[in-house]
Design a protein around this ligand. Sequence first.
Ligand SMILES: NC(=O)c1ccc[n+]([C@@H]2O[C@H](COP(=O)([O-])OP(=O)(O)OC[C@H]3O[C@@H](n4cnc5c(N)ncnc54)[C@H](OP(=O)(O)O)[C@@H]3O)[C@@H](O)[C@H]2O)c1
Length: 240
Amino acid sequence: MTADHYALVTGCNSMLGLAIAQRLVEDGFNIAAHYHKNHERVDELSARFSGRVLPVQAELDERGVASILECTKTLNLRVLVNNAATIVAETPADKLNWEILSKTFAVNAIAPAMLALPCFERMKTGGGKIINISSIAARYGGGETTLHYGMSKAALDALTSNLARRGAQYGILVNSIRPGVMDTDFHTRNTPGKNMEKRMAMVPLKRLGRPDEVAAMVGHLVSKNGDFITGEIITIAGGD
Ligand SMILES: NC(=O)c1ccc[n+]([C@@H]2O[C@H](COP(=O)([O-])OP(=O)(O)OC[C@H]3O[C@@H](n4cnc5c(N)ncnc54)[C@H](OP(=O)(O)O)[C@@H]3O)[C@@H](O)[C@H]2O)c1
């Protein structure tokens, strides 16, 4: 890594996104820090690591992805972490509709692909690492009200497999991380009534995951220690 190396991380204002961005900046990368509506955590990160964090605001739709690519086109991009995602709305399978499925896929699978594909082309010279933040939901196909989310994360994992196979010859290494239930505000926002104690009891290690534990895996993968790891789906879920 050299001083001009950049990592693009989406959804940097989320607890997990922030932990990942913070880990990467501490490890020596400059960060193109994508955020959506909220930006307090990105502001703090920029203030703390002055000159090394480039905030990039965008909705993850066709126009927004194009603007992220435009803002980052002159950067020496060596890492992409597709972290932003949405559940849109907790919805029982029999109530799912085109709109919810389309929006979920747009943010969780199509936008990551439309970011990763041009980044992949750029990384063909000099190599790079792409990490897709998937979910344990891809393994189970989502829960009672999150089939759409689980499906979109499974699509994201397919992107990982394809890019990893095609990227090896260029030194582009691509992996998915599947977090289990994490201690983030994701649940309080998306499922305010959910009994987290009950969900936690289903985890063999009987606790929620911490954002820094996922960030540590990202740090490992982008470091030299990750140079022989590609095409993997790495689950960090306490045995779940
Ligand atoms: N928390 C968990 O238990 C858990 C478990 C497994 C996997 N994960 C995965 O880990 C990643 C981060 O999770 P988290 O818990 O930190 O989630 P989070 O708090 O919900 O963060 C999601 C991020 O994505 C951004 N985002 C959502 N919709 C967007 C859109 N339409 N356009 C652009 N950005 C958008 C949000 O920005 P705004 O808030 O500004 O909209 C936010 O920064 C996600 O990929 C999630 O699927 C989380």
